[in-house]
Design a protein around this ligand. Structure first.
Ligand code: PLP
Length: 383
């Protein structure tokens, strides 16, 4: 490789973005494994289920049928129609993207101006902080601890004409919380008063327990981001979608046409077939029941072990507080992994999360049981 020397610099907008936490987690787990420790990983952000066999067959057939080219930037009509039917919107209000992440960055680049302010309730999915930096905007974090409920007064006090966007994510990663319609509508009103967009990340909308999450598809100043990574266990297929007013879709198309361009054609066709054959409802109901059983188990066991935790209402994460005798979540995570369980520290999820860890229960009950036993032994050894 030819080395051009010191003159090549990172662009300012990426300079502050760090990959150190992911690297650190990787190093911590690698070190434990090198020492011969068998590690149960509860740090994964994807369903442990495989994509339904029938969807894989549809995709193979689609490839043979020639779905190997670009599709329209907006996506295959039959998939857009299926999504529109499901969410009771117009097909023109749907754009298919290369995963939910592409939808999120398209929305960010389309509506967040340089120098503007972006409100992010914390804890929240760490990508929102990165999108805000990429747009050269300022993050305003609003803490939701300890119940992880939106504080409408705090949001209202922080919002101003400088606010360009507010990120919402329910069911939430990492807390599993689902917000009330009343609170969500209050945020929409605040956004409207400021002329800001609400980016509502609803990627976990099919994974819920007692309360069905509210979809914000019917509201004017909202871009809803969603996808099939979680609901159909298709993280590797890169297929998502956004729902928004037609003029907002047209704005985002300016970015999407040069960014994702289109989601993989055969993946779009396969998901369209999955909707047509009723597989979507069948699959989501199957995983919802499995995750509910695991949620009940892990919540109950953590409580027995003395953890303070808010009961998750959706997604597949729980965000407990660590016992007070640990200095912070990094110490807890680093020590626990040497006892055979990998968790994610709370700090990447925003301000105020130094004493929290994220546990993903997207794994078998057997693995969860093993993890709980090891956590118990670990805690007993500390006291
Ligand atoms: N939004 C949230 C809240 C997520 O947790 C994730 C993935 O973990 C995504 C978006 C990204 O989804 P995709 O794989 O479809 O890009």
């Amino acid at each position: 490789m030819i080395y051009w020397g010191e003159s090549l610099r990172e662009a300012e907008r990426v300079r502050e973005i760090s990959t150190s936490m992911i690297r650190k987690m990787f190093e911590i787990v690698a070190k434990a494994k090198k020492e011969g420790i068998d590690v149960v990983s509860l740090s994964i952000g994807e369903p442990d289920f495989d994509t339904d066999e029938r969807i894989i067959d549809f995709a193979c057939k689609a490839k043979k049928m020639g779905y190997t080219h670009y599709t329209s930037n907006l996506g295959l009509d039959e998939l857009r129609e299926a999504i529109a039917d499901r969410y009771h919107v117009d097909k023109d209000e749907v754009m298919v993207t290369a995963g939910g992440s592409e939808g999120l960055i398209n929305a960010s680049l389309s509506f967040i101006d340089r120098g503007s302010e972006v409100i992010i309730p914390t804890p929240n999915f760490l990508s929102y902080f990165i999108y805000t930096k990429l747009c050269e905007a300022k993050t305003i974090q609003i803490r939701t601890h300890p119940e992880f409920k939106l504080d409408i007064n705090k949001i209202s006090e922080s919002a101003s004409k400088k606010t360009s966007a507010i990120f919402l994510n329910y069911p939430n990663n990492p807390t599993g919380k689902v917000e009330t319609k009343k609170n969500l509508e209050a945020v929409l009103e605040i956004a409207e008063d400021c002329g800001a967009i609400v980016i509502s990340d609803e990627i976990y909308d099919q994974i819920y327990y007692e309360k069905k999450p509210v979809n914000l598809v019917d509201y004017e100043n909202v871009v809803v981001v969603n996808g099939f990574s979680k609901s159909l266990a298709m993280t590797g297929w890169r297929i998502g979608f956004v729902i928004a007013r037609k003029d907002l879709i047209n704005t985002m198309l300016k970015v999407h046409q040069v960014n994702g361009v289109c989601a993989p054609a055969f993946a779009q066709k396969a998901v369209a077939e999955a909707f047509a054959c009723g597989i979507f409802d069948e699959f989501t109901s199957k995983i919802r029941n499995a995750f509910r059983e695991r949620r009940d188990y892990i919540y109950r066991e953590l409580k027995k072990l003395g953890f303070k935790a808010v009961k998750p209402e959706g997604a597949f994460y729980i965000f407990p507080e660590i016992p007070e005798y640990f200095e912070n979540c990094n110490e807890f995570v680093e020590k626990l992994v040497m006892n055979g369980v990998a968790l994610t520290p709370g700090t990447p999820f925003g301000d105020g999360n130094e004493r929290y860890v994220r546990i993903s229960y997207a794994c078998s009950i057997e693995s969860l049981k093993k993890a709980v036993e090891r956590i118990k032994i670990f805690l007993d050894s500390q006291s």
